[in-house]
Design a protein around this ligand. Sequence first.
Ligand SMILES: Nc1nc2c([nH]c(=O)n2[C@H]2C[C@H](O)[C@@H](COP(=O)(O)OP(=O)(O)OP(=O)(O)O)O2)c(=O)[nH]1
Length: 136
Amino acid sequence: MQLVVVGAAIISGGRVLACARSDQPESAGHWEFPGGKVEPGEDDVSALIRECREELGVRIDVGPTVGPEVPLPGGRAVLRVYTARLCGDAAPRLTEHAEMRWLAADELSDVAWMPADVPIAEALRPLLAEGASPSR
Ligand SMILES: Nc1nc2c([nH]c(=O)n2[C@H]2C[C@H](O)[C@@H](COP(=O)(O)OP(=O)(O)OP(=O)(O)O)O2)c(=O)[nH]1
C-alpha cells in the first residue's frame, strides 16, 4: 500500500506557516508544511490534527487540499497538502523544527522548499493573495 505524507498549509491573515526541518542532513534547512506520515488506521485529517498538536502545540481545522499530490523520492510515498486554519488563540511553538516563518504570497519563493513542496507553494500563491485582499 502506498504511504501518504500529509502536510498542513496553515493560513492566517493572508500568510502560510512554513517550517524548516532540522533532522536528516539531506533535508535539514529545507522548508516544508508541518505534518508527517499517515499511520495505519488513521485518515489524512486525523493525522494532520495529531502532527500539528505534536509539532506545533496547536489545534487546527482542516480544509480542502491545495496543489497536486506529489510523489516523494523513492516512489514509496506521496505528499498531500491540505489548507488549514488555527483553532483558538494558541500560537504555534516549535518542538521539532529548527525555524518557522509566516509567508505572504510574495514571500513564498524566499525559502528553500523541500523539492516536493515547490508546486504546492506555487498553488498557494493565489489563495494567499485573495486572503490578503482588503475587500475580505
Ligand atoms: N511533513 C512533511 N514532510 C514532507 C514535506 N515535504 C516532503 O518532501 N516531506 C517528506 C520529508 C520526509 O521524508 C517525509 C515525512 O516524514 P516525517 O519524518 O516528517 O514524518 P513523521 O513525522 O511521520 O516521522 P517519523 O514518525 O517517521 O519520524 O516526507 C512536507 O511538506 N511536510
